[in-house]
Design a protein around this ligand. Structure first.
Ligand SMILES: [Zn+2]
Length: 690
């Protein structure tokens, strides 16, 4: 997954979680092993149950989910998906009387019935929806009693999904073509319980099939290995043949067309975006897949398609298997498009094939995917490019640390998730970048990056289609490299449960040819006075030849020095204005943040133009956060009024909150009797793109 351009506010987790010794193994195919028989693993192959998941209300440990089927009709006018879900279950304990599924108050359950393999008559079942957390409910279903362990139970839930957190209904005016509505789902982390009742835990994987009915001229896509359209029935059919967790089930329906960009990959988008998207990715996806297969073993998912979504898509990209969801706004920024697509491709191995069994160890997905992404770009584009991109992200990590302090528990790789806390709040830069540093450290211990590639290949081969805990990963590492680990005296506990900066970081000196000139230019501009004209001339010439990540590194570091004086801002603008205009949104947004933080009024028209053009969360939220608390609050209010009809209701709410919070903060600053909030750490200065 690629997060928005800014970090979301972080929660304050409590005590650290010790490295867990339990683990989960799910059968690699629906019709395969019997209940409780998991593949041989670090425990010698004994059957083990999934670890507890405090974010799930379900009794997932009492059942094995063999398969499920969705049969849905999409109604754009009512913003509803209605139909039924069929769950193929096998009870793991004798006499289980209740099935508890994760659900959501926005999910309207109409009826539940069940058939069993022991010859009983099909029965309607009593059910009730009970409160669980602010991100979901518990759907309690009374089973016909008693059901013996091993009996096959088929439960059908008739329901309607409405406007829950997973369901993103876009009216026509919110699409790129502005001619037809579109809907997509976004399951990560625990939103899909508002799409369909499920065991909404990354520990539970199963295959699924689906049949989806839509109005004429609407195309449906899902994260599935196979799909076909039945013209006679006017139904889209899907089959995901590999087991996946609930959060990776995804659907999009709208005016979508495709272009093949490789032998196993095609780009989907609204017609107005399609040629641009296909041109930017033509040939590249297959190239990246081939490099990745050379490093980590075969691509396991068959298709590797991408669908570009309108600016309302709340994050940059999501690694839905077979069909990455990605925001269309990123098409403006080729280097970011490259990194984000390669990152999602890396998830095909790390996160999708092998999944973190608990949300507390998301680093197993994001840290490993970030490492894998950088191995792919090193092979495809060289070490210098990769080290530059890493330097940008590690700079952002240190920026976040400076704000949070070294002892903040959110900086741990293993975080303790408390009941009631939405696991999505655990996603942060540490998950990605401290995780990346840890994997890089392990790679350095074995002394040969290619041998470490081989270890990662073995890890995928051993655990594919299962969910694992950190201990599984480390056990395999220690079994593979016992000598390296002993000699170095590895301290896993410090890495996993320690707060603060990574104990060590990878050597990025290979990027020196690209980062060196950037650091030099930053020194020129930040020594307290504007540079001499001859220095400016040289700097302008340099910047014209830079890559996007070099410019981003420069602007991120300049942002650290804001507010800048009017004189410095004027000289910067004189040097770079035409360059900045010609560059992409990732660059422009950073310059405009400097404008806002330095109260540089001559560039307010440029700021207004940007906010009218860009309606994506990843660009609007950082700017509104800066605008809302400063003297330019009025600029934000005016831009919001002018664009609000083109913003998704969720983003509209977020921006309204930012604006009203900004007003309160401004008022608080004028009220000296009120003490500062010592516990509240504002993240508005953290500029990250994860
Ligand atoms: Zn990711």
């Amino acid at each position: 997954m690629s997060a928005p351009a800014r970090a979301t506010p972080l929660p304050t987790p409590r005590a650290p979680s010790p490295a867990s010794l339990c683990c989960c193994r799910k059968s690699p195919s629906a019709g395969g092993r019997c209940a409780g028989e998991y593949p041989a693993a670090a425990d010698g192959g004994s059957g083990r149950r999934p670890p507890a998941d405090v974010a799930s209300a379900s009794n997932l440990v009492d059942f094995r989910l063999r398969h499920f089927h969705l049969d849905l009709r999409v109604n754009f006018a009512l913003k509803e998906m209605s139909g039924w879900l069929v769950l193929d279950l096998v009870p793991l304990v004798a006499g289980v009387r209740t099935l508890v599924l994760d659900a959501h108050p926005s999910l309207l359950v109409h009826a539940v019935d069940c058939e069993t393999s022991d010859g009983r008559e099909p029965a309607c079942l009593a059910f009730r929806l009970e409160p669980f957390a602010d991100f979901g409910s518990a759907l309690n279903v009374d089973l016909p009693d008693p059901v013996e362990a091993g009996t096959h139970v088929r439960v059908t839930v008739r329901y309607t999904a409405t406007d829950g957190p997973a369901m993103w209904w876009l009216d026509s005016e919110l699409t790129c073509g502005q001619d037809r509505p579109l809907v997509f789902t976004q399951g990560h982390s625990v939103s899909n319980r508002s799409f369909f009742p499920c065991f909404d835990s990354p520990a539970v994987k199963s295959t699924y099939t689906a049949a989806v009915r839509v109005p004429d001229d609407v195309t449906v896509l899902m994260s599935a290995s196979r799909s076909w359209y039945s013209k006679a029935e006017r139904v889209f059919h899907f089959s995901m043949d590999a087991p996946v967790p609930a959060y990776l089930v995804a659907l999009v329906a709208g005016n979508l067309q495709h272009v093949d960009v490789g032998p196993r990959s095609r780009v989907w988008a609204e017609p107005c975006l399609l040629s641009c998207a296909a041109k930017k990715l033509g040939g590249s996806v297959e190239r990246w897949l081939t490099v990745a297969e050379g490093l980590f073993g075969p691509y396991l998912w068959g298709r590797c398609d991408l669908v570009f979504l309108p600016p309302a898509f709340p994050i940059v990209a999501m690694e839905n298997p077979c069909l990455t969801f990605i925001i269309a706004s990123i098409l403006e920024s080729s280097d970011f498009l490259l990194i984000d697509v390669v990152h999602e491709i890396a998830h095909a191995w790390f996160g999708n094939a092998v999944t973190n069994a608990t949300w507390e160890e998301m680093w197993l997905s994001e840290g490993l995917a970030t490492y894998a992404q950088r191995r792919i770009t090193t092979e495809a584009y060289g070490a210098a490019f990769t080290c530059l991109e890493s330097a940008v992200r590690l700079d952002a990590l240190h920026r976040q640390l400076r704000l949070l302090g070294d002892s903040n528990p959110v900086s741990r790789l293993q975080v303790k998730l408390e009941p009631g806390v939405n696991p999505s709040t655990l996603m942060n830069l540490f998950t990605y970048e401290k995780g990346f540093c840890f994997v890089s450290y392990l790679s350095s211990l074995c002394g040969d990056v290619r041998r470490f590639d081989g270890f990662l290949r073995d890890y995928i081969s051993q655990f594919k289609f299962q969910s694992v805990v950190t201990q599984d990963f480390l056990d395999l590492f220690l079994a593979t490299f016992p000598k390296a680990a002993q000699e170095e005296g590895v301290d896993f506990q410090r890495w996993l449960t320690g707060c603060g900066a990574p104990p060590c970081e990878p050597d990025l000196s290979a990027g020196g040819t690209l980062t060196g000139p950037v650091r030099d230019l930053i020194r020129v501009w930040t020594r307290g006075c504007a540079p001499e004209p001859q220095e400016e001339a040289a700097a302008t010439a340099d910047l014209a030849g830079w890559s996007t990540f070099q410019v981003v590194l420069f602007l991120d570091c300049m942002l650290d020095h804001t507010p800048l004086t009017h004189e410095v801002m004027s000289r910067l603008r004189a040097c770079y204005a035409s360059l900045l205009d010609g560059l992409n949104a990732e660059v422009q947004v950073r310059w405009l943040q400097m404008v806002v933080r330095s109260l540089f009024y001559p560039d307010v028209p440029r700021l207004n133009d940007f906010l009218r053009k860009h309606t994506s969360r990843m660009y609007t939220v950082p700017l509104y956060e800066d605008l809302a608390t400063g003297a330019m609050h009025g600029v934000a209010v005016e831009a919001f009024q002018q664009t609000r009809q083109r913003l998704h209701p969720n983003l509209r709410r977020t921006l309204q909150q930012i604006l009203s919070q900004g007003q309160q903060d401004a008022h608080a600053r004028l009220t000296p009797l009120r003490p500062p909030d010592a516990d509240g750490v504002s993240l508005r200065d953290v500029n990250v793109s994860a």
